[in-house]
Design a binder for this molecule. Structure first.
Ligand code: 3DU
Length: 255
């Protein structure tokens, strides 16, 4: 089954389009592992997928602690995304993607700044071989995202002046990406990217809550999935917070 189909099924099954970013403050590895599994156990009925970050992989190790979390998510029927933002040269990119896929991850994130030839082509190749997904960063959620994703460039193919993120959205189509990332803090960018991608490539939007993004504006602009971390993981009641975000998103999708 393709990653996109897996996500569609998970949304139908869970009734949620919230991806839990399982980010927790640094701690002793064994505390981090038990806290991560505890949050996941509480929150899993209200989300459609889990996203892990290197801030968890580094202290826990990929084939020890992290694999345990991946298995737990799979036992709860949730796909797991590794937010590793791959951005090196091809042979190391391929090895990095392969490691995460062997550990059980269903998709990885990657940066289109490195290009296709000897860049992301090997990542898409290994993802296709192992039937996993690749999500491309198109416009990140932080303030400085403008400096890279927002710059105006001369498109070498058309020789026209275009915003960098528009070129990246077009690459998502031509490279057959399984999704793109556009920050919820820039709903106008979500709208523009959605106009390019339509229903073919879904938009995953991080930045809701602590970073200042808003559920309603992200969904109404065209985000299919919301990636939410600290607003859930650091809440007094993570399950309740996840439920609130899920219900707010559902409400906007109905309107
Ligand atoms: O701000 P939050 O705590 O909801 O976390 C957002 C997560 O999404 C976090 O793991 C971060 O690494 C990831 N992310 C962004 O915040 C922005 C991006 O453009 C891409 C990923």
């Amino acid at each position: 089954m393709s990653f996109q189909l897996e996500m569609d099924r998970s949304v139908k099954r869970s009734g949620s389009n919230v991806v839990l970013a399982l980010d927790l403050p640094l701690d002793q590895p064994r505390h981090l592992l038990s806290r991560s599994t505890e949050v996941l156990e509480r929150v899993h009925p209200h989300v459609c997928a889990v996203k892990l970050n290197r801030q968890l992989v580094l202290p826990l190790g990929l084939f020890n602690g992290v694999q345990e979390i991946v298995s737990l998510a799979h036992d709860r029927e949730l796909p797991v995304i590794m937010d590793c933002k791959i951005n090196d040269v091809g042979h190391t990119n391929r090895a990095i993607a392969e490691c995460y896929f062997k550990a059980g991850f269903d998709a990885v994130t990657a940066s289109p700044f490195v290009g296709w030839d000897e860049g992301l082509q090997p990542v898409f190749e290994v993802a296709q071989q192992m039937r996993r997904g690749v999500l491309l960063l198109v416009f990140m959620s932080h303030k400085g995202a403008w400096e890279g994703y927002g710059q105006t460039i001369h498109d070498p193919e058309t020789r026209k002046k275009v915003p960098q993120y528009v070129v990246f959205a077009e690459k998502a189509l031509s490279w057959n990406a399984d999704g793109v990332i556009v920050g919820a803090t820039y709903p106008e960018k979500i709208r523009e990217v959605h106009a390019i991608l339509g229903k073919r490539v879904p938009i995953y939007s991080p930045g809701v809550g602590v970073q200042g993004g808003d559920v309603e504006s992200a969904i109404k602009a065209g985000a299919r999935y919301l990636i939410v971390g600290r607003a859930i993981t650091l809440a007094e009641n993570p399950a309740e917070s996840a439920k609130l975000v899920r219900d707010a998103a559902k409400q906007c999708l109905r309107e």
